[in-house]
Design a protein. Structure first.
Lengths: 389, 578
């Protein structure tokens, strides 16, 4: 009996302790910017208490009218007085390492580099912004995620001559494209001796041996809007039906990476959307894979990866220095890694004669639910019998 | 009269003070702190989940997320449920049968190569999930599968198809079997063989003994294994994503992934799915506790002399050895062989004389030179060993409260400790971000936040391991210690802990291994400088470096097998010896 009473004393102590350091509850958070229940888009403009735009404006004023070496050295001098740089990025470390090294060599600043998938980078930034925590100075992520951050009011205006050489469609008020991810169809050259010439061939001639990617809704939306509807005059319903038929006999794969691996290994003959730089790397390693011999499947779809300065920026001069570095000096480094540079002054990436189409970020962001829903309907046909078979 | 009343009141007050002082013992303190930690760890994600699921925009109660989650839409809910159930059932049966059989043979019989069996049983667990699934695609895919090439002359092309419900069950079941193995290993280890020996001496045959004596005695372990396997299978993501989706087989987790990967991120809908899982699991925990608590029927470690001893298999020895060898060939040798081969290639192609002559160690060189791999390995090791030790010690105390005491509400404590299992890792990560970005404790951006995440995620496993063993130990040994004047702490440290040791060591090993692989919370919570190995693994995977990833996988297998063997040896020193 005594033992039980003693244990209850322990439990009471436990409850007291637990309540003393309990997690924020409904009450605690009632006045906060966002509740976890609200989806992130429903949140108030996040990070309202963290608006550090004045600090960035001061930096802009200090380098107003300057270009070239004078601008860079002024920024570098201001950056030297700051406390490093925090970068959140979806660019993998292998590709980023030469950029980070070059930046450090030039300015003696080693950025803290947090790397995760674009959606995880977005999740972390939204959570930090809700809590008014300035975790990063700059962000480097996929176009759709950059558009979301812009829409949430989390990025500061970007005023820099460094965007002068960046392709026009890749420059926005608060962020600019750093490199282009090109998506291309590709095939296994051991099994496909007569490669297809058009998207219609790809979608209809590889029953059972075609692969599609699970999360490719933005690729699908751009191809539908800018090619099937605009150029071939098909209705949206016809396009969806054609894709459903193709998906029924196809393999839907989770991840472009795995899809490329399996294509090279010979698991299927053809895939709709691979990262061009990955296929180029495979070819350079001697893998049996092709995408542009005798011709690429036109149009190719490109999606920009962009950079922007955060509203709560703590190191504004370093953030601007890094951003300008990415948009100028880093472009040649990216081109050497098979990444398509966003600068028109640097050669590399997919040749312009292949007529790549840039994803329409604004349209896609506005209609995200619709296109995600349609793509889900399509990929869920995977593994089912092809109608009419 | 008044004086008497006053004296009585004074006496009561003095007695009260004396009792109060007696109650503030180290025992109460230790138990109190352990319970507080469990409540805290479990309630953080749970409150977040409940709040996110049931509280609407204006702060009022809402069921809209449930309606959205279960609205008849483009996907077919019945199919989703049926697929999930078949997959979970199949995977559970396979992993529990394989794990139990291996554990029985290793602990209770004289099957040869025991040490090898123990280490090798864990290998499928060590291989990162993505890599394990890919190894199986390379082994049993209809077009490029090595197994298919082997049987093609006899059975024709594409005999095995890994992209099917059967394939999903085999791959997930084999990957989860080590967890069942470790649970049952502990259960068999804590079993006094006297009853089996009596049955054998009375003329019963081995299969009869197994069915009528051995298995009924390890029922708490079996129930725990079945429960944990079923929940794990319902939560599995890699296998349904990589093998199910290409075949058009969708399960619950594929759906959770979808709602979490879009924007706006639908935490509310994910919460609705998770709470459904929570309801199923709570029912499971409740029934398991009821079934396991039927008096003293499972307690074989009593005050009597107790010597765990191996039983001779007799004429079953060679068939059993053959079965073990077959398992190792299929579940260990072949996947490792494929990974080893892959790790020496620039890219994967079906093995041929050509590719075998082009082997290279470049991938290993890449891993060793990787800027983060070594630091991440060190961080993972610190976190793995730290969280495994803390979880198993804490859960030893909690399981003592749940199993040994008659405290009302102890069942709730059991359930609380189990609860984080049903919270998807990603939701757990977001919940911890939410809390520690606001809490006045400066752990955001340090290893500590990862430590808390791992404690929370692995508490359920620790609890199952500890309580399974606790059910098998009779209270009379502890009572003897108390009668002999031992304090609660002395009794717990000198009697309970050593007797629990097989279960605690098994749980420790499991947590060390799986924490090294934990990704979904880690990726959100790590900071530059605090990378963990799973983040590096993910990085390789995202970059399409399957061959480098295979090299890292091979290094991990070697290191973890060494670590686990050392851990098991150290644990055996403290526990009951053969």
């Amino acid at each position: 009996m005594g033992g039980h009473v003693r244990i209850w004393i322990g439990l009471s102590a436990a409850v007291l302790l637990a309540s003393a350091c309990s997690p924020p509850t409904a009450e605690d958070e009632a006045g906060d910017a966002a509740s976890p229940g609200a989806t992130d888009s429903e949140a108030e403009p996040a990070g309202a208490g963290l608006d550090n735009s004045a600090a960035l404006d001061e930096v802009y004023a200090a380098v107003e009218g300057m270009t070239g070496e004078e601008r860079t050295s002024t920024l570098a001098a201001l950056a030297a007085e700051e406390d490093g740089l925090n970068v959140y990025s979806s660019t993998n470390l292998d590709d980023a390492a030469p950029l980070l090294d070059a930046f450090e060599d030039a300015y003696d600043i080693e950025p803290n580099y947090y790397r995760a998938s674009s959606s995880d980078v977005l999740r972390r930034i939204l959570q930090e912004a809700d809590a008014n925590f300035p975790g990063n100075d700059v962000v480097l992520a996929n176009g759709p995620e950059m558009a979301v951050l812009d829409g949430e009011g989390l990025l500061l205006p970007l005023n820099t001559p460094a965007t002068d050489d960046i392709i026009e469609a890749g420059v926005f008020d608060t962020w600019a494209s750093v490199y282009m991810n090109t998506f291309t169809a590709a095939w296994n050259t051991d099994t496909v001796t007569d490669p297809p010439a058009t998207w219609e061939d790809v979608l209809t001639n590889f029953d059972g041996n075609l692969a599609m990617e699970l999360g490719d809704w933005d690729w699908f939306a751009t191809l539908t809007n800018n090619y099937f509807t605009a150029e071939l005059g098909m209705t949206e319903d016809e396009v969806v039906e054609m894709f459903k038929q193709a998906a029924a006999g196809s393999r839907v794969v989770d991840g472009h990476t795995l899809m490329a691996e399996l294509l090279v290994a010979g698991e299927f003959d053809m895939g709709t959307s691979f990262y061009h730089h990955r296929i180029a790397e495979f070819i350079s390693e001697g893998a049996p894979v092709g995408w542009d011999e005798p011709q690429p499947i036109r149009p190719l779809i490109i999606r920009p990866n962009g950079t922007g300065i955060m509203q709560g920026v703590q190191n504004p001069a370093t953030a601007l220095l890094w951003t300008e570095f990415l948009l100028t000096d880093a472009q040649a480094i990216l081109a050497a890694e098979f990444r398509g540079p966003a600068s028109t002054a640097v050669e590399g990436g997919v040749p312009p004669e292949y007529e790549p189409i840039l994803v329409d970020l604004e349209a896609i962001t506005a209609e995200r639910d619709k296109w995600e829903g349609l793509w889900t309907e399509i990929v869920e046909q995977s593994g089912s019998e092809v109608v009419g078979d | 009269m008044a004086d008497t009343r006053g004296a009585t009141a004074r006496l009561v007050r003095i007695a009260g003070r004396v009792r109060w002082r007696r109650l503030l013992t180290p025992e109460a303190l230790i138990i109190g702190v352990a319970v507080a930690i469990v409540c805290y760890l479990a309630l953080v994600p749970l409150l977040y989940l409940l709040w996110g699921t049931f509280v609407g925009e204006g702060g009022g109660l809402t069921f809209a997320h449930f309606q959205d989650a279960y609205a008849p839409g483009t996907y077919n809910m019945t199919t989703l449920v049926v697929n999930s159930a078949i997959f979970a059932l199949g995977s559970t049966v396979l992993s529990v049968v394989v794990g139990t059989a291996l554990a029985y043979l290793t602990v209770r019989t004289d099957v040869p190569f025991k040490r090898l069996v123990f280490a090798a049983s864990l290998v499928p667990l060590i291989i990162p999930g993505i890599l394990h699934t890919i190894a199986w695609i390379f082994l049993a895919s209809p077009r490029i599968g090595i197994f298919n090439h082997m049987v093609e002359p006899i059975l024709g092309p594409g005999f095995f198809n890994i992209f099917s419900m059967g394939g999903m069950i085999v791959v997930d079941g084999l990957h989860a079997a080590p967890l069942a193995f470790l649970l049952m290993y502990a259960a068999f280890k804590s079993m006094d063989p006297a009853l089996e020996e009596s049955a054998l001496m009375s003329g019963a045959r081995l299969p009869t003994v197994l069915r009528r004596i051995t298995l009924p005695l390890v029922r708490p372990g079996l129930y725990a294994a079945i429960l944990i396997m079923a929940v794990k299978a319902l939560e599995a993501f890699e296998v349904p994503a990589l093998l199910g989706i290409p075949a058009g087989i969708w399960v619950f987790t594929s759906r959770i992934w979808q709602v979490l990967s879009g924007f706006p991120i639908e935490y509310g809908q994910a919460g609705a799915y998770s709470l459904t899982l929570l309801a199923i699991t709570t029912a499971g925990v409740f029934f398991q506790a009821r079934l396991s608590r039927r008096g003293k029927s499972f307690q074989t470690i009593t005050g009597k002399g107790y010597r765990p001893r191996a039983m001779p298999l007799g004429r079953w020895r060679w068939p059993a050895t053959a079965a073990v060898c077959f398992y190792f060939f299929v579940a260990v040798i072949m996947p490792i062989g494929v990974l080893l081969y892959t790790s020496t290639q620039p890219f994967y192609t079906v093995p041929s004389a050509d590719t075998l002559s082009n082997m290279t160690l470049d991938n290993y060189r890449y891993i060793v030179d990787h800027p983060q791999a070594v630091r991440a390995g060190r961080n993972s090791l610190i976190l793995g060993i730290g969280s495994a030790t803390a979880v198993m010690f804490g859960m030893a105390i909690i399981s003592w409260i749940v199993v040994r005491t008659r405290l009302p509400g102890r069942w709730l404590l059991d359930n609380l400790a189990f609860l984080p299992l049903v919270v998807p890792g990603l939701v757990m990560g977001v919940a911890l971000l939410f809390v520690y970005l606001r809490a006045p404790v400066p752990i955001y951006g340090t290893l500590w936040i990862l430590f808390i995440a791992y404690l929370t995620r692995y508490m359920p496993y620790g609890m199952r391991y500890a309580s399974t063993s606790m059910y098998q130990i009779a209270g009379d040994l502890e009572e003897s210690a108390q009668v002999s004047g031992a304090s609660w702490w002395q009794q717990f440290r000198r009697v309970t802990l050593p007797l629990l040791m097989p279960g605690l060591v098994a749980g420790w090993i499991y947590i060390v291994i799986v924490s090294v692989r934990e990704l979904s919370s880690s990726i959100l919570l790590y900071s530059p400088g605090n990378e963990v190995l799973s983040v590096v693994i993910w990085e390789q995977w995202e970059n399409g470096q399957t061959t480098e990833l295979a090299a890292l996988g091979m290094i991990m297998i070697v290191l973890l097998v060494v670590l686990v063997t050392v851990g098991a040896r150290l644990g055996a020193r403290v526990g009951v010896r053969d």
